[in-house]
Design a binder for this molecule. Structure first.
Ligand code: FO1
Length: 327
């Protein structure tokens, strides 16, 4: 079975680790990773979601944080601070820095991001084929308005900030007015992306952020069309449980696109043109009927990735629902 998953960082990576545990030896997983969170810092290209996927599936992730390397040290960060060079709000550890240096060197030598990602994965052996959604630069910006004129870190007036500044520096504490995937409209899917979708037996949307992770992948021209026109069943898992994001601040970016923070509203946001099946948590069992009424097969199962077995059970439930909607 050829499984394709569109994924963001932590939630997507943890789900895929569970999926790897339930598939057979002849099954293959291709992951199309979001690159809208990518940021250039200290002259280096940082790809948070690709790295989170690669480290998590390759056994190098910091489990507590969900991002960055295990057994990390912070000498470079300290040295940069001593030079007064920021930003200080984004935590790049020494081991992680090496990944960004290799990536930036290879990009400067002319390799596309897809080839660089493949090369990095030769070390990490994530057990999936990891593709960036595009080799072209796409950068998610968030429009915010702050009324503060005191010269605080948030600044004042209306402006667009990089997604990482919104997420990490501002902790999404300001309302997001608009989410702009800058460059997405002219980006091309990376080599292999459309081919993998066309050849898929199952397409999964893990419990990643529907706006800034999966939404950004779908914003690359050709990808949404390829997924929605695929004969393979498309099954998603709700990242919203009981009216709150399982982790992160998805509610802030859902509000920016006019979507309520409920499992049902996220299903309808994706829509029946895209989704064939949708899993909600048992806490949201009351929304099953409304999702089914919208033409999307829906089941309520536990959706908290509390341990490896719970995550594997979610992956099994997604594959079972895919089989049911295929029939
Ligand atoms: N998230 C944080 O909350 N704080 C950080 O300092 C931080 C640094 C960081 C460095 C490398 C990396 O790959 C990810 C990092 N993240 C950090 C996670 C990241 O900001 C987001 O969670 C994702 O982009 C959202 O998918």
């Amino acid at each position: 079975m050829r499984i394709v998953a569109l994924a963001g960082g932590i939630g997507g990576a943890r789900f895929l680790r569970g999926l790897k545990n339930v598939i057979g030896p002849e099954d293959e997983i291709t992951v199309i990773g979001n690159t809208g969170d990518d940021i250039h810092l200290f002259g280096l290209k940082v790809c948070p979601d690709l790295d989170t996927l690669m480290y998590t599936l390759g056994g190098g992730i910091n489990e507590e944080q969900g991002w960055g390397r295990a057994d990390e040290t912070w000498s470079i960060k300290g040295e940069m601070k001593a030079y007064g060079v920021g930003p200080e709000w984004f935590g790049l550890g020494d081991r992680d820095f090496a990944t960004h240096i290799v990536r930036t060197q290879m990009l400067a030598a002319g390799y596309p991001l897809s080839a660089v990602t493949e090369a990095l994965c030769e070390r990490w052996q994530p057990g999936v084929r990891l593709l960036p959604m595009s080799d072209d630069r796409v950068e998610t910006h968030v429009r915010i308005t702050t009324g503060d004129t005191s010269g605080s870190a948030a600044g004042s007036g209306t402006r667009a900030v990089h997604f990482q500044e919104y997420w990490v520096k501002l902790h999404a504490a300001v309302d997001a007015e608009a989410i702009i995937p800058v460059g997405a409209d002219t980006a091309k899917p990376a080599p292999g992306v459309l081919e993998a979708i066309a050849a898929a037996d199952v397409i999964l949307l893990p419990p990643s952020n529907p706006v800034v992770s999966i939404g950004t992948v779908l914003a690359v021209p050709g990808i949404r069309q390829a997924v929605s026109s695929s004969p393979a069943p498309v099954v998603g898992l709700s990242p919203i449980v009981g009216g709150s994001p399982v982790r992160g601040m998805a509610d802030k970016v859902l509000a920016a696109v006019g979507v309520e923070t409920t499992a049902e509203a996220v299903a309808l946001h994706y829509g029946s043109e895209l989704l064939d099946g949708w899993l909600v948590d048992t806490a949201d069992a009351a929304s099953v009927a409304a999702v089914e009424a919208a033409g999307i097969a829906c089941r309520a199962v536990p959706l908290l990735m509390s341990d490896a077995e719970a995550t594997a059970a979610m992956a099994r439930a997604a594959l079972e629902l895919a089989e049911q909607v295929r029939a």
